[in-house]
Design a protein around this ligand. Structure first.
Ligand code: PLP
Length: 378
């Protein structure tokens, strides 16, 4: 049995009639760039996140970038974030002309280690971006406390955490802004590129709305230099349909995570994801840590099981950020994790039998490696 890492067709098939109708409506009204479908989705998504406002954008990278621009982040500034994330988090900082300042992650949740942040704050620090990696929120209370004391805004990178919760609050609703990506493979995915910012701050919402539309609040009157970062009408209409099914889809992911956990618990070499008590993890990625990761990945691939690595190289060791001057060892937890992370197939429509097959294959692969090792030790 071939088991894909992700199966979008399986997710869309039962929604296909509804999705086709939604797209047809946008075509009938020629509401392609921004417009009423985007406005409707913004209201729905803000409500879903329990935030006052949402601003629909072109993608998640735009959401991070325009939020930082709207907060006044610019050349010479520093923004604190995690090295264990997709590069977009740091790119958004760089495209403001600012510098990403990395802080190592916590080895249990793989999110920013709140204890290490204060030491990284300088007079140039302008914001903190915790990343809710894999679908679990960073430990926001100590981060928000510190930020309040130091008068810094917290921007949540919630691009992997649609519907996740921290102490009963939805991801994205606790910082000054929460940034989301609707890249097709995300828990809430469009039929192309899309993103959004949610916020309770009306002035910030207004600034992002102006920035996403060439710096204009009124057509052809440009109050500042902005950009084109609008959401497509078709993407908004698709997202409105899919949003209604997000909680059910996340619930399925959580069931698979529980099942993986039960099946893999007796293999001591595997480090399982840990959901902290106050968190509601939505398992965008189900990442385990395994010894000899690359060999395990290859062996599973030969069995027809597609896994991933999120991410093989932490940002401070990427060529793009070599100019920051970090050597191996600078952020040891992020590095240790990157060497062992293995993402198992995870999507709502995964069948129980597939979860069992992946778990059995993973354990068998590790057992074989263990026996080879013992044989060598003799
Ligand atoms: C996907 C993602 C982004 C970027 O979103 P795009 O829509 O691809 O631009 C940013 N941060 C994280 C953590 C992501 O996973």
């Amino acid at each position: 049995m071939r088991i894909p890492f992700l199966d979008l067709n399986a997710h869309h098939a039962p929604l296909r009639v509804e999705l086709d109708a939604a797209i047809a409506q946008v075509i009938d009204r020629s509401a392609f760039a921004g417009g009423p479908f985007v406005a409707a989705f913004e209201t729905e998504f803000a409500t879903y996140c329990r935030a006052r406002y949402a601003v629909g954008l072109g993608n998640g990278t735009d959401a991070l970038w325009l939020t930082l621009l709207a907060l006044g982040v610019g050349p010479g500034d520093e923004v604190i974030t995690s090295p264990s994330t997709f590069i977009a988090t740091a790119e958004a900082i760089s495209f403001c002309g600012a510098q990403p300042v990395f802080v190592d992650i916590d080895e249990v949740t793989y999110t920013l280690d709140a204890k290490l942040i204060e030491a990284a704050i300088t007079p140039r620090t302008k914001a903190i971006i915790p990343v809710h990696l894999f679908g679990q929120c960073a430990d926001l209370d100590p981060i928000l406390d510190l930020a309040r004391r130091r008068n810094l805004p917290v921007v949540e990178d919630a691009c992997q955490a649609h519907g996740a919760e921290y102490k009963g609050h939805r991801a994205g609703s606790l910082g000054v802004a929460g940034c989301f990506s609707f890249y097709p493979g995300k828990n809430l995915g469009a039929f192309g590129e899309a993103g959004a910012v949610v916020t309770n701050d009306e002035a910030l919402k207004n600034r992002i709305q102006v920035l996403r539309d060439h710096g204009q609040a009124k057509k052809y009157y440009h109050s500042c230099v902005g950009w084109n970062a609008r959401m497509d009408g078709i993407q908004a209409a698709v997202l409105s349909v899919k949003l209604k099914h997000l909680d059910a889809a996340n619930a399925r992911r959580r069931e698979h995570a529980t099942e993986y956990g039960d099946l893999l618990a007796d293999c001591q070499e595997i480090v399982l994801p840990v959901e902290l008590n106050h968190n509601h993890h939505v398992y965008h990625i189900f990442a385990v840590r395994v010894p000899d990761r690359d060999r395990v990945l290859q062996a599973l691939s030969e069995l027809g099981i597609a896994c991933g690595i999120h991410y093989p190289v932490p940002l401070h060791l990427q060529e793009a950020y070599r100019f920051l001057g970090h050597a191996r060892g600078a952020f040891p937890v992020a590095e240790r994790c990157a060497d062992k992370f293995l993402s198992l197939p995870m999507y709502p429509e995964l069948a129980a039998v597939q979860v069992r097959e992946v778990a059995a294959a993973l354990k068998q692969t590790i057992r074989v490696a263990r026996e080879v090792e013992y044989a060598h030790a003799d």
